[in-house]
Design a protein around this ligand. Structure first.
Ligand SMILES: Cc1ncc(COP(=O)(O)O)c(C=O)c1O
Length: 402
């Protein structure tokens, strides 16, 4: 955590605790209870017939699908933390991405999508949007203001993800949003890596921020959820699409996520430290060719990360010097604390091989060694380093035996 930003972070930590709290409506209970509700009873026909009036309070409970106090409180705290106008909850991070894109794209439109997006975002664009006659071009995530040269008359959306999935390129978001605004193009950012705490999308000109709440927001590897947070001018199309597609989340998951958001700042600061400590340690290992962590001074995106972000989460990658597949498998399969699993952002450490070259079309990924994506969990750092040391011994031993 950068010292100069500590005051900002403590304000966030406070708001994570005070916003979206409606104890007075729940007998003083600190946590907003779980409302298992579909049908809502109305006192008379008149109020029933006026339940959808546009003047109806946003928080009024009229049908479970449209929200309960538990989901309203979570939506409020998430929007507040990122500096957005409002937010909606959806059943997964991928649903947040698809709802956001479908809110602003129509047949005949064109979208520019960062080459380094989460692979299912690509599949949604290539297979689903293409079927709606919506064209997608991928762009180099390092494009910055030069993205202007890729804009077509039909371009309606620029989609960003920063840092990029697997390879952690940091995008110049303010430069891109400035160009987009000039052309009346909506910008959507997958801000899952940072959460609303470490990257303030709306102060960098973003219109819509999407999150896999499955990761740090819920934070315990037991919830699948997404959130779409909007600037005021982008709110109506997102709210409408969310409604048309019948999206909602289960009340127990909303409760668990709201409970986790209360200590998000503490957890994220710990992941920040663990991730940086591990990345620095790994950068001194002979077996490691590259450490892809924007918090390291020699990372290509470090200057922009330092300028725009309030911290780093615990997810980063390393590229090994070339080794046999057997050697890499001996290392990863034998880890005891770094477990093999895809979905990150929980309390536990993870390590998986990833293959960025399979998902790049506008850029190339031509390193020769294996790329390993690491999630720094909350275990003791000395234990994590001991696990890595043993992993490197297996890697070297297997080479030796061949
Ligand atoms: C950057 C990013 N965005 C979105 C998602 C999708 O989240 P979910 O698994 O909740 O659909 C993921 C999942 O790994 C992700 O890494």
């Amino acid at each position: 955590m950068k010292d100069s930003q500590n005051s900002k972070v403590s304000a966030d930590a406070t708001r994570a605790i005070t916003k979206g709290r409606t104890s007075a409506e729940h007998h003083g209970a600190v946590n907003t209870p779980v409302y298992h509700a579909s049908t809502i009873l109305h006192p008379d026909v008149e109020s029933f017939e006026h339940r959808h009036d546009p003047s109806t309070d946003r928080r009024k409970v009229i049908y479970g699908l449209l929200g309960t106090p538990t989901t309203f409180d979570l939506e409020e705290v998430l929007a507040d933390l990122e500096g957005g106008h409002d937010s909606v909850l959806v059943p997964s991070g991928l649903a947040a991405i698809s709802v956001a894109l479908l809110s602003f794209l129509r047949p005949g439109d064109h979208a520019l999508v960062a080459d380094t997006v989460y692979p299912p975002t690509r599949s949604f664009c290539d297979q689903y949007l293409a079927g709606l006659d919506i064209a997608v071009d991928y762009y180099d995530p390092l494009a910055g203001a030069s993205i202007e040269s890729l804009i077509q008359p039909a371009t309606r959306v620029i989609f960003m993800e920063s840092p990029g999935s697997f390879t952690f390129e940091v995008q110049d978001v303010p430069a891109i949003t400035e160009v987009a605004r000039k052309h009346g193009i909506t910008t959507i950012l997958d801000n899952t890596w940072s959460t609303p705490l470490f990257f303030k999308s709306f102060s960098h000109g973003v219109d819509v921020s999407v999150h896999a709440a499955t990761k740090y927001l819920s934070g315990h590897s037991d919830v699948v959820m997404g959130a779409v947070i909007c600037a005021e001018h982008a709110w109506e199309p997102v709210k409408r699409t969310h409604r048309h597609l019948g999206q909602c989340v289960g009340p127990d998951d909303a409760y668990l996520t709201l409970r986790s958001v209360r200590n998000l700042s503490t957890r994220l600061n710990a992941h920040h430290k663990q991730g940086l400590d591990l990345a620095e340690w790994l950068s001194h290992r002979d077996e490691v060719a590259l450490v892809l962590h924007p918090g390291l001074a020699d990372h290509a995106g470090h200057a922009i990360w330092k300028r725009d972000f309030q911290g780093a989460s615990g997810l980063f990658s390393i590229v090994l010097h070339p080794k046999s597949r057997d050697a890499v498998l001996a290392m990863v399969n034998g880890m005891t604390l770094f477990r093999i699993g895809a979905s990150w952002g929980g309390f536990e450490s993870l390590m998986i091989p990833v293959y960025p070259e399979q998902y790049r079309t506008a850029t190339s990924w031509d390193t020769t060694g294996a790329t390993l994506r690491i999630h720094a969990g909350l275990e003791n750092i000395r234990d994590l380093i001991a696990d890595l040391e043993e992993g490197f011994s297996r890697l070297n031993q297997t080479l030796h035996d061949e």
